[in-house]
Ligand binder design. Structure first.
Ligand SMILES: Cc1cc2nc3c(=O)[nH]c(=O)nc-3n(C[C@H](O)[C@H](O)[C@H](O)COP(=O)(O)O)c2cc1C
Length: 324
């Protein structure tokens, strides 16, 4: 088993438009043990590899890092996995069987595979064959399609039979989308039933939440999504609590502001979202998420929602540093 799968880990969730190369590196710096790209479609890999490749480009300091793929056909998923394993060399390839968005579900990918566990098993078998032992294959699922169809246990058993090395379970159904609460009892039950590591996901918002799930036992790690968008320090805070048993003080406003500016500067240099103006505009939702964690930031939200340049952003953030 890969070494990183062997110990309780803090995973950065795959998040489309969020878990890009820059953010993955920043979260690794903050203490995330394992990171993952946002999903890419198998068809995109096959039909437009040069364009799709930008989404899954990795750098060494991010390892262990996985690439997530989605699709509905064993053949295309197998071929996409073969290309990614051969050209990008990720530490693992993750199959998305949890995405609830109509664009993905409507094409029978993502969470819609929970309605067809046999097809999901065939896809997992095909992907395992496709990587030809170059890296482990994992899967990320939800607990079921809706509350009447909680199928995580059956799906997990099928995935293990197919040869996956680990499974992440988001404790919500597809119908819940992101509403309600994640049901960790289902996650723990599945973790107890299967022989591969199970990573729990859903509503981990603080270092205390990490500690609680670690203490409850069963899971081989926790995956953190939205909380990392507001508070990437959660990884460092959880590490400190797990290793030293004492909480870290929250980051100062100065540290938060410096982090945000560094993130934006790195994103501009990376160029993934175009020139400076286009990068800053694309990152507005990210800036608003960061601001949520800063006391007194409410008054600056309208300005952040309209910001178009680094200089303007600096000016807005500097207001947060003034004593109120
Ligand atoms: C903006 C956004 C984009 C997401 N994109 C993906 C994705 O590409 N692949 C995936 O498996 N899950 C995706 N998710 C789901 C997250 O990985 C995670 O399962 C979910 O947010 C629950 O975890 P949390 O409560 O820690 O946020 C996305 C979630 C968000 C908020």
């Amino acid at each position: 088993m890969a070494e990183w799968l062997n110990k309780f880990g803090l995973y950065l969730a795959p998040m489309a438009g969020v878990s890009d190369c820059v953010f993955r590196s920043l979260c690794r710096e903050m203490g995330a043990d394992v990171v993952e790209t946002e999903f890419v479609s198998a068809e995109g890999v096959l039909q437009a590899w040069e364009r799709t490749r930008a989404y899954v480009e990795l750098c060494e300091e991010q390892r262990p890092v996985g690439v997530q793929i989605f699709g509905a056909h064993p053949e295309s998923m197998q071929e996409a996995a073969r290309i990614i394993a051969g050209e990008v060399h990720p530490d693992f390839i993750d199959i998305n069987a949890g995405c609830p968005v109509p664009k993905v579900v409507g094409r029978n990918g993502g969470a819609s595979l929970l309605k067809e566990p046999e097809l999901l098993q065939s896809i997992a078998e095909a992907v395992v064959r496709g990587v030809e032992g170059a890296c482990p294959v994992t899967a990320k699922i939800r607990i079921g399609w809706d509350v009447e169809h909680i199928c995580a246990s059956e799906v997990c058993h099928r995935l293990v039979e197919a040869g996956v090395s680990a499974i992440t379970i988001h404790g919500r159904t597809r119908s819940q989308q992101y509403g309600g609460r994640a049901d960790w009892s289902v996650i723990r039950r599945c973790a107890a039933e299967v022989t591969v590591p199970v990573i729990g996901n859903g509503d981990i918002a603080t270092a205390d939440d990490v500690m609680r799930e670690k203490a409850a036992g069963g899971v081989a790690g926790v995956m953190i999504g939205r909380a990392a968008m507001t508070n990437p320090w959660i990884f460092r805070e959880a590490k400190q609590l797990m290793n030293a048993g004492a909480p870290l003080p929250p980051p100062s406003v100065q540290e938060r502001v410096s982090f945000i500016l560094r993130h934006v500067r790195l994103a501009i240099a990376d160029g993934r979202y175009g020139d400076e103006g286009s990068t800053v505009r694309t990152m507005r939702a990210r800036l608003l998420a960061y601001a949520k964690g800063i006391p007194g930031s409410k008054a600056q939200r309208p300005a952040l929602a309209r910001v178009s340049s680094l200089a303007e952003l600096r000016e807005i953030l500097s207001r947060l540093l003034l004593p109120s």
